[in-house]
Design a protein around this ligand. Structure first.
Ligand code: A3P
Length: 322
């Protein structure tokens, strides 16, 4: 492992010198690798992920752009996929004792961050294996794209996503670090300079993949889940190959999962209120308001105008709307 680490560090240093660089939102730099921005720390991990990850046909990936509903989708996918495994024998629902990010580990932030060759089978207590990633579709390891493994993706209105990210990064700053103003952050967002950005490229790659191969990529929207969680959950279960049976529907299993994973419920679970995520971020910071349309409390008319123009420019020919 030491040899692997040494060669990956050398590889990283050589690579960093060749990549376009911009100031990150908080501190340090973001590098443009394969068309997306990330820190050197994340890049190191992405390189290991790309090099060593071998997908199984049975794997499931929760793929998201940050702040689009990763936490929620992890809880929903976990609870749906494994429901028969922990409903037997009266086992307490794992969401009551672990955070969604502990239940579905994030490959490039968590699993590969300190270990280039992690024991993935051991990491996933339940089977089939279930992982999370923010890596854009084009940069996923080839075996994910070429195998039959399934990808569930969630996107969100860019205005809400941006406000969520700006609020989140504000909390990540040290007291002595100057805060990035809303205007500065907005300008970076519109120019695509944010971790895993540009946002529109990320969303469109997964959108196009879902259009080309709907059995492989399920494209969900945060707003649709908010509007009708039960039918979205049924859709998710069907896609994962574990449709709800008539009996389950009668017993209210769909509603039960929706409730357990709801914002109000998860936010109040003790494990989500205290302690730190592996990245050092307090678990509670993954739960802010959980609302649609909060952007209207923050964005100025000229910001809205700029972003609407961008949305048209980027999405009009794709068939994707927000
Ligand atoms: P807000 O900041 O708008 O409240 P991610 O999980 O990708 O980091 O996204 C975080 C956003 O999802 C935050 O949005 C957070 O409040 C919201 N969120 C977290 N858990 C949720 C849940 N169970 N249902 C709905 N929204 C949730």
């Amino acid at each position: 492992i030491q040899d692997v680490e040494k060669s990956s560090d050398d590889e990283l240093q050589q690579l960093l010198h060749t990549l376009p660089r911009e100031e990150a939102w908080i501190s340090g730099s973001l590098y443009l690798y394969q068309g997306f921005w990330c820190s050197s720390l994340v890049l190191k991990s992405v390189l290991s992920f790309q090099k060593h990850f071998q997908a199984f046909d049975s794997d499931v990936m929760v793929a998201t752009f940050p702040k689009c509903g990763t936490t929620w989708l992890k809880a929903l996918t976990f609870s749906t996929l494994y429901r028969s495994q922990f409903s037997r024998g009266g086992i307490e629902h794992p969401s009551l004792t672990s955070t969604p990010h502990q239940l579905v580990r994030q490959l490039e932030y968590d699993v590969y961050m300190n270990n280039p060759c992690p024991d993935l089978d051991n990491i996933c207590v339940y089977k089939p294996r279930l992982f999370g990633t923010h890596v854009p579709y084009a940069s996923l390891p080839t075996s994910i794209k070429e195998s039959k493994c399934k990808i569930v993706y969630i996107c969100r209105n860019p205005m809400d996503m941006f406000i969520s990210l700006w609020s989140f990064t504000g909390k990540l700053r040290d007291e002595n670090q100057e805060s990035l103003s809303l205007g500065q952050a907005f300008d970076k967002f519109c120019r695509g300079i944010l971790t895993h950005g540009p946002f529109f490229d990320h969303v469109l790659e997964y959108w196009n993949a879902s259009q080309e191969n709907p059995d492989k990529v399920l494209f969900l929207k945060y707003e649709d889940l908010k509007e009708d969680i039960n039918s979205q959950l049924k859709h998710l279960a069907m896609f994962l190959g574990v449709p709800f049976t008539e009996d389950e529907e009668k017993r209210g299993v769909v509603e039960e999962i929706a409730t357990i994973c709801s914002f109000d419920k998860l936010k109040e679970v003790e494990v989500n209120k205290k302690g730190l995520h592996i990245s050092g971020i307090p678990h509670k910071d993954f739960f802010r308001k959980g609302k649609v349309g909060d952007w209207s409390n923050y964005l100025t008319p000229s910001m809205v105008e700029r972003l609407e123009k961008l949305i048209h420019e980027k999405l009009d020919s794709s068939g994707l709307t927000f």
